[in-house]
Design a protein around this ligand. Structure first.
Ligand code: SF4
Ligand code: SF4
Length: 108
């Protein structure tokens, strides 16, 4: 019988998935959600979520689980993967590709 693999732990002080993707639902302090490449206002200086476990935390955040594919081995890996996904899934009208690419580079 195969053992079930342990879930991947979130890397401390990463915060890539609180910065690179867009979030369309309201966040306390960001009532319209946040654009891609913008740091969430609820992300503390040490990259911990200030509203973790609270009902006002967007469902998007609770649904995004760490994975080897997304998180990679560094914050830079995760920023690149999530930025590529954002570019691949966002309507072109909502994203200025050149500016977004620059923003992604600055986040690394
Ligand atoms: S990208 Fe992965 S490791 Fe980084 S904060 Fe998100 S879940 Fe954690
Ligand atoms: S609400 Fe918390 S988990 Fe969600 S993006 Fe902001 S800091 Fe990250």
């Amino acid at each position: 019988m195969n053992a079930i693999p342990a879930p991947l732990a979130c890397r401390p002080s990463c915060g890539a998935c609180c910065t690179a993707p867009s979030i369309t639902s309201p966040i306390p302090g960001m009532p319209n959600g946040k654009p891609a490449g913008v740091r969430c206002i609820q992300l503390a200086d040490d990259n911990r979520c200030l509203i973790f476990g609270r009902p006002e935390r967007p469902a998007f955040c609770g649904g995004l689980q760490p994975s080897a594919e997304m998180c990679g081995t560094s914050r830079g890996d995760a920023i690149r993967w999530l930025s590529d996904l954002e570019r691949a899934t966002c309507p072109k009208s909502l994203i200025n590709t050149a500016e977004f690419a620059r923003a992604g580079d600055e986040l690394l």
